[in-house]
Design a protein around this ligand. Structure first.
Ligand SMILES: Nc1nc2c(c(=O)[nH]1)N[C@H]1C(S)=C(S)[C@@H](COP(=O)(O)OP(=O)(O)OC[C@H]3O[C@@H](n4cnc5c(=O)[nH]c(N)nc54)[C@H](O)[C@@H]3O)O[C@H]1N2
Ligand SMILES: Nc1nc2c(c(=O)[nH]1)N[C@H]1C(S)=C(S)[C@@H](COP(=O)(O)OP(=O)(O)OC[C@H]3O[C@@H](n4cnc5c(=O)[nH]c(N)nc54)[C@H](O)[C@@H]3O)O[C@H]1N2
Ligand SMILES: [Mo]
Length: 772
């Protein structure tokens, strides 16, 4: 399909415009026209995005301020809104025209471009088509199928978008049924945070709120492409830069958003001739996987500064904080002192001088925020990365005070919230005793399957059924080719979705596609129009009011679909009033408040307040819910993020799979990545010029990319075009999900099981297709 235009349409050239600016306005105008939307309806929605009384953006999870801008949205949030409100429909006629095996040859972009799903469908294997089904018949058959299966062979996935109310019901449904297989997209994303931070500071989430950005006097960024993936964060960052706050970035790619930004919502800035605000004071093109080493280097330099004791150097190490709050600091200090600079420089690709300069700036700062994204979490040593960053902050007492803290930038708009209300495969993270008491059932107590466990189970046949509450699991997960081939072995496959995607085209023996309302749409139930809630990256809970007419009269809300399945599957097995909850979501919030009183007391009274309400995070007030009762310093036993496999050998490259500016995960809006200067194709490999010369490659040459692994599996993609790019030697970058079949299932973070999507060991060769 249209994943690859003619080669001469593919352009990769340095993009030297600021992020935001007119490029972003042009991009929006193109997308709304393509989705068949008039500008009036688009602006009416965008005006209410992320506002008190409006809806919470369906794109990223960045914080929503109490005092919003006139338009509190970014280019990419607007794209997500427009994409969800599209005038196009994937209706019954569409499915009558296309067989499922035909649709499997379409690209992700082509599939979703067909628009919103309108009718519940069931796969008919004799026709190889989806055919309409009634909601009643669908629920009844799903109930019968589930009753016939062993609950521990059934997976209930959630992709991070569904609201707190839906998610609370969904996990209860799974547990009443007897399954704790509750993976969510967090397993592929910030699980390294959710595993690492509790060990370090006793909290699975970050400690920073929006106001802290106004007080910070130094800001770090590790491995996050902010201009594309959390663009609204550029506003507080721009304010900080205008105050002269240093912003220090570590990223192998020079991401425009952290280089220059022009606020598209400020007429004065847009019309001024300059090229916007310089967003970072220092930008270090660290080697992929070099963060542990760089952080060790900064820590080592801090110890050196402390020893030198120059009066202008501030407080390199906060010994008073460490004495009162720290645990195992001595072992950390000894480990850092033992690493030599040669190793630190080689692994990070940064010099001792550069890292010592960072340490000097850091030592002088009093309030410091460290932000990070997938560049830290999606490595084999992802948990170590996160803990090392916590160390760096803790050694200067930068957690638990205003203007400072650790700031994991989450992915999906409610991914953090889903974990908060019980969407977890780990029994110790859900209040199972409360659930048992409140609803009169015995929840399963053994650990369920996470994403990696689910993939293994689908591959070995032990997983028999998969229910997806949103998402595109098989496409987002690693080892995609094997997974797709095995998927058809499922007995039951149910997807609750807004748009058609590739996972939906992998039928099991019994397969349903159930279309739901999106968050922007009005959700009317027996008690009237309903409100839902989500938790943002900074642990603030917000109300979201749907406003648009539903895409089709045949859609049900997500809570109604969950209730429909639950009533058919586990009738009488609990005291849960499924229908009553659907009639009035306020009742679900009352239940959440009872199950989680510390975080959600007076939920209904508090959740509509501007800026949301902040959950009670003990680490914010220096109460450490760890085994030692203190903030635990992590002792790194290696600076190698790939300690057990070879990603540095001769001829090997470390492949980083990243998002473009024109996608939301597997949803591809277009073929351009404006902020990286790539346009016209997504099947590209971005490579350093010197590496290309060594391989005898010219710009635009076709290459094949093969995973370096000796496990007997051949993982290869072909027909990708190589482009010279400003990336460290030995590192290459390309787009997810097109490259997911290269990631071996075993290539994941050791403790959190997050697929290591950022350092896949690959070999690159001229393509056979080029000559054939
Ligand atoms: N518009 C839009 N917004 C989104 C999404 C989207 O697809 N589109 N997805 C959402 C989701 S689910 C998530 S999780 C977030 C993801 O947001 P990000 O965390 O920004 O995710 P990626 O696009 O994977 O980009 C990873 C960044 O880390 C850098 N990097 C790669 N390897 C390393 C490394 O070893 N060290 C360092 N220091 N940096 C490295 C890459 O160059 C890149 O800038 O965004 C969310 N927001
Ligand atoms: N190689 C590589 N792989 C990665 C990553 C990477 O950086 N590199 N990133 C990983 C990360 S961080 C994540 S979070 C995962 C994402 O994995 P997923 O969350 O599973 O994937 P998405 O693409 O976000 O899911 C998109 C689908 O969700 C459905 N949808 C959209 N809105 C709604 C809604 O309101 N309700 C319902 N029910 N459905 C809806 C639509 O049908 C759409 O097709 O991918 C992971 N995979
Ligand atoms: Mo994510």
């Amino acid at each position: 399909m249209d994943n690859e235009r003619k080669s001469d349409d593919v352009v990769v050239e340095p993009y030297d415009q600021p992020t935001g600016g007119w490029g972003s306005v042009g991009s929006l105008a193109r997308i709304s026209a393509a989705e068949g939307l008039g500008s009036a309806s688009v602006w009416a929605s965008l005006y209410r995005q992320n506002k008190p009384g409006g809806f919470a953006c369906v794109s990223c999870s960045w914080a929503k301020p109490a005092d919003p801008h006139r338009f509190e949205f970014c280019e990419n949030g607007a794209k997500a809104t427009i994409w969800e409100q599209t005038a196009h429909r994937t209706d019954r006629d569409f499915f009558a025209r296309h067989r499922v095996s035909e649709l499997r040859n379409w690209t992700d972009h082509a599939l979703e471009k067909e628009g919103r799903l309108t009718h519940p469908m069931r796969y008919d294997s004799t026709l190889d088509q989806y055919v309409p089904v009634s909601w009643e018949a669908a629920f009844a058959e799903i109930g019968r199928e589930l009753q016939a299966l062993d609950p521990t062979s059934v997976v209930f996935y959630a992709s991070g978008r569904a609201a707190l109310e839906t998610t609370y019901m969904y996990q209860l449904f799974a547990r009443v049924y007897g399954s704790q297989n509750l993976p969510d997209s967090s397993n592929m994303c910030h699980e390294s945070t959710s595993v690492g931070l509790p060990l370090s500071i006793g909290s699975p989430v970050g400690t920073v709120v929006l106001e802290d950005f106004e007080k910070a006097d130094l800001i770090f960024f590790f491995g996050h492409n902010t201009g594309t993936n959390a663009p609204r964060l550029l506003h507080p960052l721009q304010e900080a830069r205008k105050r002269g706050v240093p912003v220090i970035v570590f990223n192998p790619l020079r991401e425009r958003g952290l280089i220059r930004f022009k606020n598209p919502q400020s007429p004065a800035e847009m019309l001024s001739p300059g090229d916007g605000t310089k967003m970072s004071s220092d930008y270090f093109q660290i080697r992929c996987g070099g963060d542990m080493a760089a952080m060790a280097g900064i820590a080592k330099a801090l110890f050196a500064l402390e020893e030198a004791g120059e009066p202008g150097d501030g407080t390199p190490v906060d010994r008073a904080f460490i004495a009162e709050h720290g645990h195992s600091f001595e072992a950390f200090e000894a480990a850092v002192r033992a690493y030599d600079w040669a190793e630190i420089e080689a692994r990070s690709g940064l010099s001792r001088e550069e890292l010592s300069d960072v340490a000097r700036q850091y030592a002088r700062a009093e309030r410091v925020i460290a932000n990070y994204g997938m560049g830290l979490t999606q490595h084999r040593h992802g948990v170590g990365n996160v803990r090392m960053l916590a160390n760096l902050l803790l050694m200067r007492g930068q957690i638990g005070k205003p203007g400072a803290g650790i700031s994991p930038i989450r992915g999906h708009s409610n991914v953090q919230g889903q974990r908060t209300v019980g969407m977890t495969e780990k029994p110790e993270l859900a209040p199972l005793d409360s659930f048992a008491k409140m609803y009169g059932f015995e929840p399963p107590r053994e650990k369920g399957l996470d994403t990696i466990g689910t993939c293994k189970g689908v591959l070995d046949g032990s997983v028999k059924a998969f229910i997806g509450l949103g998402g595109n699991f098989s496409r987002a997960a690693p080892e995609t080719d094997l997974l797709e081939a095995a998927w058809t072995g499922l007995r039951l496959h149910v997807q609750i979705a807004t748009k058609l995607n590739r996972n939906h085209l992998l039928p099991g023996a019994v397969t349903f596609l159930l279309p739901c309302l999106g968050r922007i749409e009005r959700d009317t139930q027996a008690s009237g129009d309903q409100t839902v809630s989500i938790e943002d990256s900074t642990a603030c809970i917000h109300a979201s009011f749907g406003m648009r007419p539903p895409a089709s009269p045949n859609l049900l809300s997500e809570p109604a679909i969950v209730a429909g399945m639950a009533k058919a599957t586990v009738p009488g097995r609990s005291s849960i009033d499924w229908d009553g909850w659907v009639a009035d979501y306020g009742r679900i919030r009352d239940e959440i408040a009872k199950a989680y009183p510390k975080d959600f007391h007076d939920f209904n009274a508090r959740f509509t307040q501007a800026g949301g309400f902040h959950r009670d995070i003990e680490a914010c007030r220096r109460e450490w819910k760890t085994d030692s009762g203190k903030a635990n310093f992590y002792v790194p036993d290696t600076l190698d993020v790939n300690p057990d496999i070879d990603v540095d050998g001769p001829g090997l490259f470390r492949l980083m799979t990243v998002r473009s500016n024109d996608q939301f995960n597997t949803t591809v809006y277009g073929l351009d990545d404006r902020l990286r200067g790539v346009s016209g194709s997504r099947t590209v490999i971005l490579m350093n010029k010197a590496d290309m010369a060594r391989l005898g490659l010219q710009d635009q040459d076709m290459v094949s990319v093969e995973t370096h692994a000796d496990d007997g599996v051949d993982r290869r993609v072909d027909g990708f075009r190589v482009h010279a790019f400003d990336v460290p030697e030995g590192d290459v970058a390309g787009y997810y999900p097109e490259l997911n079949s290269l990631i071996p299932l075993w290539h994941h973070a050791q403790d959190s099981h997050v697929p290591a999507a950022k350092s896949v060991p690959v070999r690159i060769a001229p393509s056979a297709m080029a000559t054939g």
